[in-house]
Design a protein around this ligand. Structure first.
Ligand code: ZN
Length: 246
């Protein structure tokens, strides 16, 4: 079964719509959190993601938990805090119920999902081979899927499990699961606020039965998302950074 793996949509509904359009056929969506926060269309984003009869499995990110009132906002940067406080009154009970996900999810023996990683599911950053090595020493099942860094990455271990390597997959690269050995930590990048210098929306398609992973990018109307952020009165830096992918 083909799976569409998404993370860090950040209330950028136009970016999400472009990804859903570009991804083609898939059996399930796995969402790695931060569905909302930063962007100007939280309700439309939730509607786009959770509507329809497809299966969606999701974990909550720090921004989702902030909006749900489960995390102190003191841990967020000022723009993040401001966006969360802006988002809260714009979601109704059913939006919040859809946003309410666990912070870790195991899918059979195939996969483990977190926003951050196995050591700290919500706030942890798996953003270096050293941090990935520490994450590999935790017990978890199958391939690990993480978000939070907003950068597409794959971390995997050497055949003797002593070293961990990381790579930044280029758009359109498809890897056989054998490339990564038995365990890997895979980050699809961010749909709605990429931070790797490429402003296009990032996502991952994979098929665990067939054994492949493909990182992809798609263009969307960035100017429109920027205008919506400015019109909403959210911090202008949140609009500007979308243009740079930083
Ligand atoms: Zn995020």
């Amino acid at each position: 079964m083909k799976i569409l793996v998404l993370s860090d949509i950040h209330a950028n509904a136009d970016a999400l719509a472009a990804v859903l359009d570009d991804a083609g056929e898939y059996g399930e969506i796995w969402s790695l959190g931060d569905v909302v926060g930063y962007g100007a269309e939280p309700a439309r984003t939730i509607e786009l993601l959770f509507s329809g009869d497809r299966t969606i499995r999701s974990v909550a990110g720090n921004h989702d938990l902030g909006v749900l009132g489960r995390l102190s906002l003191s841990g967020f940067i000022p723009e993040g805090r401001q966006a969360i406080e802006w988002t809260q009154p714009r979601l109704d009970e059913s939006d919040l119920a859809r946003l309410d996900s666990p912070s870790e999810l195991t899918i059979g023996t195939d996969a483990s999902l977190w926003h951050g990683g196995p050591i700290n599911p919500v706030w942890g950053y798996v953003n270096s081979p050293e941090k990935a090595q520490a994450a590999f020493s935790c017990p978890w099942v199958g391939f690990g899927f993480v978000g939070h860094t907003h950068q597409p990455r794959a971390y995997f271990q050497s055949s003797n499990y002593e070293a961990t390597e990381g790579l930044s997959p280029r758009p359109g690269w498809r890897f056989g699961a054998g490339t990564f050995g038995e365990r890997a930590l895979l980050n699809p990048g961010s749909v709605g606020q990429p931070r790797d210098g490429d402003p296009r929306a990032a996502y991952l398609l994979c098929d665990l039965d067939a054994g492949w992973f493909e990182w992809r990018r798609t263009r969307y109307d960035i100017k429109r998302s920027q205008q919506k952020i400015k019109a909403a009165g959210l911090p202008e830096t949140l609009a500007d950074r979308l243009g740079f992918g930083l």
